[in-house]
Write a protein of this length. Structure first.
Length: 340
């Protein structure tokens, strides 16, 4: 992307920003022209670069910082049909004090649940001390007919509005992959814009919107780049790889393509968009590889929970084990930590 930066674009007005980026009114034709005008992804090069980054070695103090950073970036997640209020309460306690024996361990970034459990999550975090200015663990809710995304816009907007009204700080929406794969980019754009409007609260503030692309269903890196730009043009605050319900999910090469997209989007518009890989990241080593990719691709300013998240449940347990190992020199048993 070589066009000049747009210095006076308004980050809270995605339609105006999209109009300026695309260079004309937003419709099916202009979106198709713009998205297919993006440079193609060198798939072999992306795979090779991801492989090189994965070989970087992080030791001692840098590793300790990386482990704490990973914990602070985790969206601790439970998205099962059998979820109960009791399970959410247990996860809320873990979100606030991931390692009960170590008060220096940071809290996670957010607790991610289905919309009907938002109130339960908020109440549990309040009781655990996770909603104070010093330790504000956010509540994220999946919406828009998660995980399929196959519902009318009216239902998807209502689903979002209900979660926001219940107090959700963040909404994780899924795009209609069928519409995207059929080339109905205008429909996907309009849908994201409508959900973004439903994220607004009566006081004028708004819940953060994370747009799930489900990259494993998109059919290649070029499609991932197009979907990333489409979600950003429509006002997504974060682009997310996956629902975690299909495989492949958050591979490092796909995440690298998305990082390059947000880097280029910020250079072009001045608006920073976050990235959230979700699904398949189960070990501290995997997560640290992602931090290396972030630092090398978008820069250290992205190494914060505001701009980078991990959608995970089992990842936290391995990171806590690695923290204990770094502190004591010996591995602890998993029985010292709850395992999701």
């Amino acid at each position: 992307m070589t066009a000049p930066r747009i210095p006076d674009a308004m980050p809270d007005d995605p339609q105006r920003l999209a109009h300026r980026v695309v260079g004309s009114a937003i419709d099916e034709t202009s979106l198709r022209r713009f998205l297919f005008g993006l440079a193609g992804v060198d798939e072999v090069g992306a795979d090779a670069r991801a492989a090189r980054l994965a070989t970087r070695s992080i030791k001692t103090d840098a590793k300790a910082w990386a482990l704490d950073t990973v914990v602070s970036m985790i969206d601790l997640t439970t998205l099962e049909g059998a979820d109960t209020a009791g399970k959410v309460r247990g996860l809320a306690a873990k979100a606030v004090r991931p390692d009960p024996a170590d008060p220096t361990c940071p809290p996670v970034a957010a607790l991610c649940v289905y919309g009907d459990l938002v109130v339960t999550a908020i109440e549990a975090l309040d009781r655990a001390g996770g909603r104070t200015p010093a330790r504000y663990v956010k509540v994220a809710a999946v919406a828009t007919a998660f995980p399929s995304g196959r519902a009318s816009q009216r239902i998807r907007v209502a689903d979002t509005a209900e979660a926001v009204a219940a107090g959700a700080d963040e909404i994780d929406m899924v795009i209609d992959r069928g519409a995207f794969l059929a080339g109905r980019f205008g429909q996907v754009y309009d849908d994201i814009c409508a959900v973004g409007e439903a994220c607004r609260r009566p006081d004028g503030s708004r819940a953060k919107l994370k747009v799930i692309l489900e990259t494993g269903e998109l059919g290649g890196y070029d499609a991932v780049r197009r979907a990333s730009w489409l979600a950003m043009l429509a006002g997504g605050d974060t682009i997310k790889t996956s629902t975690g319900k299909i495989s492949p999910a958050a591979t490092l090469p796909v995440t690298l393509v998305m990082l390059e997209a947000v880097r280029d989007f910020e250079a072009f518009t001045g608006r920073a968009v976050g990235v959230k890989p979700a699904g398949g990241i189960r070990t501290a080593k995997d997560a640290i590889r992602h931090l290396v990719a972030v630092n090398e691709t978008t820069g250290p300013q992205w190494l914060t929970p505001d701009r980078y998240r991990f959608g995970a449940s089992s990842l936290l347990t391995d990171v806590l084990l690695q923290r204990r190992k770094a502190a004591t020199g010996a591995y602890s048993s998993t029985r010292y930590f709850s395992v999701e």
